[in-house]
Design a protein around this ligand. Structure first.
Ligand code: ZN
Length: 554
């Protein structure tokens, strides 16, 4: 699973009226700020430095495969665009590459080129374009159990045979040529690295490309703990909008961030102490927390395929194979330099409009990222397995459709509580009160960034709830000039109160209370709506230029 908000409010309204001209295409592309991604490779061993370009080349092959998977016409259209050297042709090519196809992702996948369908085919190139869901389901009934499993699995395409009947082809056959090349590169990289967990993952993943059995390599990926942190293969099923079965190829070639990894360890060591001090009745606290789900903080050198189109992924949770998840859990990878680029190109301009000049000085990427880490860790504390009227259940089961939004708000606010606790107890440097100012001011500015992506989605909804709660407590203030600020005399108590309210709803599995809270607070009130209106020209996201990857493979 990946985390890319759907920015519904940035849709360009006149797109459906006509095919956009050059000026319009430039405006559309400008919503993505170009950022050069540079990563320090000096900590890599000599062997790893030689392995890296092999992995980037392998990732490029998957980029090409993803284009094949997206739509039958992608490659032919791309060649046509490359041949068009007019200014309009160039603008079309640039926006095509950004979207990896002729449909503008953040405009609800509307076509921006002439001569293509108004939106992308729901079955992408995983199924015949003229196949209906009903036909697929009827065909399933004719299959053996094993065949049916494959047909509804991640790693096969469905095609129409000469007789007009449906048939399936495993990825290892359908994409043989490219996957062989990719496997060869992974093996060459495996031979160059000295890290045993990386070697093992690369060898097993190379086998998987050719055998179509990804299980062992998914398990090896869970154990991967290496300076080069790579994710490569068919993973997410978002592109299969018809049935949601088929996985798209993608790759993330990353380098582990050792300083952040040490910070994570430090947080993990204090986790039980935080749980023991959570602002809720003592009986709801967990006296013995289990192990934290694995978290990695990395810097992205290169991304490709399904990992690299439209809004950029800032974090992902994998694998998706339920057998592996049941056995080994899943791992979350956080892309620190991608977060930083988004911070620079979207949050700083947002803060320029919603904070006063003086408060803008307290905006800090370090605070921003530390809070993201605290948010992730906070998902692991607080109530999960609970008892309601003596019955064993879980927060998720009790809160149902409200769970995601409330749990996201809980992770944010408990993350703030946790960092404040650590500041108060000398576990993090208070920096003469500056750390606190930075933490809350950065959080205030980032609330506009989250809500900007819409309050129909869990993170935006959870953030609107917090913003309004903290405002009602006087901890956030709206001013007549359109700016907002933190009342530092009130914020700590307000954060604690909100954490207590949410944690208690979770501990008691109180659906009615969750509903009342969300209905009252997870809304867009006029001052925030007005502020969001003033942010229309701030970039939606980034368009990374992989400078380090280009240098490494030159
Ligand atoms: Zn979360």
């Amino acid at each position: 699973m990946k985390f890319r908000a759907i920015p519904a409010i940035f849709i360009m309204s006149n797109l459906s009226a006509a095919v956009p001209d050059r000026a319009e295409l430039d405006r559309m592309a400008a919503r993505f700020a170009r950022v050069e991604m540079k990563v320090d490779l000096s900590s890599l061993s000599a062997g790893d430095r030689k392995a890296l370009p092999k992995l980037i080349d392998a990732a490029r092959i998957l980029d090409n495969l993803f284009l094949t998977q997206r739509w039958t016409g992608t490659h032919a259209l791309l060649e046509k665009l490359k041949a068009d050297t007019s200014a309009l042709g160039k603008a079309r090519l640039a926006y095509f590459l950004l979207n990896k196809g002729p449909w503008s992702e953040i405009d609800d996948h509307q076509a921006f080129l002439p001569g293509v369908a108004v939106t992308n085919p729901p079955g992408a190139n995983f199924y015949p374009e003229n196949m209906s869901k009903t036909e697929f389901e009827a065909w399933l009934k004719t299959l053996s159990e094993g065949e049916r499993k494959q047909a509804t699995g991640f790693f096969s395409v469905v095609r129409r045979g000469a007789d007009g009947n449906l048939k399936q082809i495993p990825y290892s056959t359908e994409y043989r040529g490219e996957l062989e090349k990719c496997a060869r590169l992974l093996r060459e990289a495996a031979a160059l690295t000295a890290n045993a967990t990386l070697k093992r993952f690369l060898e097993l993943r190379a086998d998987a490309f050719l055998s179509n059995d990804y299980y062992a390599s998914d398990v090896a990926w869970m154990d991967l703990d290496a300076p080069i942190d790579i994710t490569i293969g068919p993973y997410e099923t978002y592109e299969d909008k018809l049935l949601g079965y088929k996985a798209s190829f993608e790759a993330y070639v990353n380098v582990r961030d050792d300083a952040e990894t040490a910070k994570l360890k430090f947080f993990a060591n204090h986790l039980q102490e935080i749980e023991n001090n959570l602002p809720m009745e003592a009986k709801y606290r967990n006296p013995k927390l289990g192990a934290l789900a694995p978290l990695r903080v990395v810097n992205q050198v290169f991304n490709s395929g399904d990992a690299a189109h439209g809004v950029q992924t800032a974090a992902y949770n994998l694998p998706n194979d339920e057998r592996v998840v049941a056995e080994k859990g899943s791992k979350r990878v956080m892309l620190k330099n991608v977060q930083e680029a988004k911070f620079q190109r979207t949050l700083i301009p947002i803060a320029g409009r919603v904070l006063s000049g003086a408060d803008q000085k307290d905006l800090s990427f370090d605070s921003f990222f530390t809070h993201i880490v605290a948010h992730e860790i906070s998902h692991g504390i607080g109530p999960h397995q609970i008892k309601v009227n003596g019955r064993d259940t879980s927060v998720r089961l009790e809160l149902k459709e409200l769970y995601s939004a409330l749990e996201e708000a809980k992770a944010d606010i408990t993350g703030l509580f946790m960092l404040q606790y650590m500041l108060d107890h000398g576990q993090l440097p208070a920096d003469g009160g500056k750390a606190e100012r930075k933490l809350y001011t950065t959080f205030l500015a980032s609330s506009f960034r989250s809500v900007r992506f819409g309050i129909n989605e869990a993170h935006g909804k959870g953030m609107a709830l917090q913003f309004n709660y903290l405002t009602d407590k006087g901890a956030f203030m709206a001013h007549a000039d359109g700016t907002f600020s933190v009342d530092f005399a009130k914020i700590k108590t307000a954060v604690r109160d909100l954490a207590r309210d949410i944690l208690t709803i979770e501990a008691t599995g109180d659906h009615a209370a969750a509903q009342a809270m969300l209905e009252r607070l997870a809304v867009l009130r006029p001052p925030m709506a007005k502020a969001l209106d003033s942010l229309k020209n701030v970039p939606v996201d980034i368009a990374p230029v992989h400078v380090t990857a280009m240098e490494a493979t030159r």
